[in-house]
Ligand binder design. Sequence first.
Ligand code: URA
Length: 244
Amino acid sequence: MKLVKLLANLGYGSRKEVQRLIRAGAVTDATGRSLSENEVPPHDQIRFRGEELDPPAPLVIMLNKPDGYTCSTEDPGDTIYDLLPPRFALRNPGLNPVGRLDKDTTGLILMTDDGKLLHKIIHPKSGCLKVYQVQLDRPLEGHEGELFSSGTLVLNSETRPLLPAKLQVLGEKEALVTLHEGRYHQVRRMFAAAGNHVLSLKRISIGGLRLPTDLEEGEWFELDADAQKSIFSEMIEDSAESSA
Ligand code: URA
């Protein structure tokens, strides 16, 4: 790929702006020598105003989503894109969230520009389990686990039953819920169907990938190849609660 296109695709500016920046000497190799438009050294050897370039596509990042941020730029207010460098919103291919979290749900969200990977993770058939930590308004009554695992629970205004989900009770008003799918407001609506109300919801894992305890809300990092593989290391087939 030509240097101008590479930088424009990474969001450093329009092609014209990037061309101007290259001509002004803002783009160098690792030794500080200005690059011409016709040179394209290896990605890790290119510097923009002395800084290493952002990672190339395909890129996968993990973000610890804070409360109050939406996952879509079409929604008003703060979005998860505001937590990333502004350049990231201008990348081509663009970064998309891998499934959405509600505005008031916190925790693990993946973002990628790799459409195939995105679909593989969110498709129930790929067996990528998502685990949510839930704080409830009222004490659990004891029937919720059976209801969620039944495979017959139909949410309000839907006709297709939910795939079986697993409930692990952590306390009187606290539990983990493991899902194979990601329907709209699913965990909140499941507890509403059980006569309870979710006070707070946090996603703590996707497949074999956990939210690191030291990743503060609003922080993110790039997933390396091993971390990406670990997403698929806990498939339904491996799970004692297999339901597929
Ligand atoms: N279930 C919900 O209710 N909300 C989320 O954000 C994710 C799962």
